[in-house]
Structures are given as C-alpha cells and as structure tokens.
Design a protein around this ligand. Structure first.
Ligand SMILES: Cc1cc2nc3c(=O)[nH]c(=O)nc-3n(C[C@H](O)[C@H](O)[C@H](O)COP(=O)(O)OP(=O)(O)OC[C@H]3O[C@@H](n4cnc5c(N)ncnc54)[C@H](O)[C@@H]3O)c2cc1C
Length: 325
C-alpha cells in the first residue's frame, strides 16, 4: 500500500486542534465528504493513513464517470485538491483512538496530533483478505489484484488464476471470461465451491474456465510482473495474473471502540448515513449500505459520502440552532 506523507503537510504538534467535523479516511468516501462539508463552510480535518485508500491502489480506473481512464493516484490528487480548495485540512496520520469528549464532542487521537470535533464521519473502508504467500506484496498492481470487477479488462487474452470459492471469485471468473481472458484457472482450497449454483452453471458454459479443487497457493513468482503460481502440492501454473477473491475485512475497529452498532461487521447506518450514535456518520465500503462486495466501488462510496456530509452539516446546524455549542 502506498503511503504518502509529504513533509510539508505533516503536523507533528501535540496540541489539540478544534474543528467542527473530523473525517476518517483519505479514500473516495472521505475526500468526497470533505469536499461537501468544506463547501458548506464547515471546518474539516480529513485524516487518513493510506493516500487514496483502496482507490489509490488502482493502476487504471475506467469506470469513474467523466474520466475515460485515470490512475487511482491521479484521481485521488484531484479529489484532494478540490477538497483543499474549499478549506479542508488534510492530515496524513494513523488514528489510534477516538474517544467521546465533554460537550458531545469527539477526541481523535492520531500520530499527527489530536483533533477535537463536534461530528465525525467514518470512511475507513476495508482491507482485502490477503493470500499471505511469498511474492504477493511484490506484485500488487503488477499481476496481483483483489478486484476482478475493476481489473478484469486488463487481462484480455491473458492467462489468470482466480483464488477463492465464493460469489466474488465466481463473478470474478465470469468477468474475466467476458472480457476475453485466454484461460482462467479457478482455484478452490477445498473440494467444493461456496458460491451460488447459478454461477457454476454459467461457468460450465464457458470453455476458457477450468475449475481446480484442493489447490493451496504457496508462492507467486515473476520478474516485473506475475509469471507463475506455485501450489503446496508441488504443482504450478504459468499465469499473467492472480485475483485473490477470498473476501474482505471492514476497518471497523475505531467504530467498535466508540460503541457504534455493526451489521455483519459493517457499520450500520440508516438512509441518511447516521449511525446509532448522534454526531457519528459513516460512508463508503465500511458501511452496511454496501453489502454486495461487487458494489464496493468508487461511485457508490462517493454517493454515500455525499449523503453523510449533508447529514453531518444538518446535525452541526441543529446544534447551533439549539445553542448546544
Ligand atoms: C486494486 C484495486 C483496484 C480497484 N479498482 C477500482 C476501479 O477501477 N473502479 C472502482 O470503482 N473501484 C475500484 N476499486 C474499489 C474502490 O477503490 C473502493 O470501493 C473504494 O476505494 C472505497 O472507498 P472508501 O473511501 O469507502 O474506502 P477506502 O478507499 O478503503 O479508504 C479508507 C481510508 O480509511 C483510512 N483508514 C482506515 N483506518 C484508519 C485509521 N485507523 N487511521 C487513519 N486512516 C484510516 C485508510 O487508510 C484509507 O485512507 C479498486 C480497489 C482496489 C483494491
């Protein structure tokens, strides 16, 4: 994961900064919420540790409207610049804890200072489960992918391995087949598949998909890009890429510590992106609004962030009206 910490942006002071809104996350949800809130003349700190979040990892994005093709970093740069133009304070740091503070406020503790805020938007995204094998990290974005919906088109006429046995792996292999991958090896660790039957029926109609059972990946090899996948039974496959579709884990730890209610490990929100705790909102991949892994996209995150920012602005306005501040 790329971590960008420009020295001129870093605030190492230990003092506590008071702002109206704290946003956790530099992904598309966090940056979009920051844009909307700062345009509404709210003072905002947007704090995140991975520049662009998951979006920052995408080499090429072809499905964000308005851009035929843009890298995740370039799109992040644009979103960040737009939010900063309206006054968002971007902070590069890791948040270790968020605590409830006096006066219905929240204290965000980060390695780049503390932030006392009246409202919070959690846009902490998720992390893909990793295969945890040698070579995996070396080839992220160069043949190793965690998002078939996003990256399948780059594997036209290529040979790929898809790891996993659930719906994400099933739809991933179909997406690769649809874009014209030459050969797709669908690898299951066990002797069965966990996906819906309808997917298996569809797979059987494709002549470029081969399902292999009881295969445990032990290493990913290559030079500049992926070239070979090794298995623990001593066999191997020549391949141009591997999709690890073995599920994802929401970054829900900060929410849990605050007492925010979860649903299937995701932050539970209502239609206004409110959580069960007044003043705490959530947006993007970490929320229960996006349960289908295939729908975890930049567009959906951006949409939810818009709702969360507008809800947070209304909450802050209501506090003023009620003379709570
Ligand atoms: C390789 C790859 C390619 C992709 N390609 C596409 C594509 O082409 N099109 C598309 O629409 N989608 C694509 N996606 C999916 C898309 O990137 C995600 O759906 C989107 O980024 C989710 O946005 P988000 O803001 O909710 O979360 P994220 O982007 O995951 O951002 C979460 C942010 O929260 C921060 N954070 C979490 N915990 C803490 C903490 N304790 N302290 C500080 N910061 C914290 C993270 O560092 C990160 O900045 C791709 C994903 C990957 C991995």
């Amino acid at each position: 994961m790329l971590i960008l910490t420009p020295k001129d942006e870093v605030d190492e002071s230990s003092e506590t900064h008071e702002l109206e809104l704290g946003i956790v996350g530099h992904g598309p949800a966090g940056l979009t919420a920051a844009l909307y809130a700062s345009r509404a003349a709210i003072s905002v700190a947007c704090i995140g540790k991975d520049y662009g979040g998951a979006m920052g990892l995408a080499l090429e994005i072809e499905n964000y409207p308005g851009f035929e093709n843009i890298s995740g970093i370039d799109l992040t740069d644009k979103m960040r610049a737009q939010a900063e133009k309206f006054g968002t304070k971007i902070v590069y740091g890791e948040i270790s804890a968020i605590e409830k503070a006096e006066g219905n406020k929240f204290l965000i503790k980060s390695d780049m200072g503390n932030y006392l805020v009246k409202a919070l938007i959690l846009a902490t995204g998720g992390r893909h489960k990793e295969l945890d094998v040698p070579g995996e990290k070396d080839f992220i974005g160069r043949g190793v992918s965690y998002c078939a919906t996003c990256d399948a088109p780059f594997f036209k006429e290529k040979t790929v391995v898809v790891a996993g046995s659930g719906d994400a792996a099933a739809t991933g292999t179909l997406a690769l087949s649809d874009v014209g991958a030459k050969k797709i090896y669908w690898i299951s660790r066990s002797d069965y598949l966990k996906c819906e039957r309808i997917y298996i029926d569809r797979e059987e109609q494709r002549d470029n998909i081969e399902i292999l059972f009881n295969k445990q990946i032990s290493e990913i090899k290559g030079t500049n890009t992926v070239e070979e996948i090794l298995f623990s039974d001593g066999t191997s496959l020549k391949a141009d890429g591997i999709f690890a579709e073995i599920g994802s884990l929401p970054n829900n730890e900060l929410a849990i510590a605050l007492g925010v209610e979860l649903e299937e490990d995701l932050i539970k929100t209502d239609d206004d992106c409110k959580t069960n705790i007044p003043g705490i909102f959530a947006a993007g991949d970490v929320t229960s609004k996006i349960k289908n892994p295939l729908s975890r996209q930049i567009t959906t995150s951006v949409g939810l962030a818009t709702i969360a920012a507008i809800s947070a602005a209304e909450y802050l306005q209501a506090r003023k009206t009620m003379k709570e501040d």
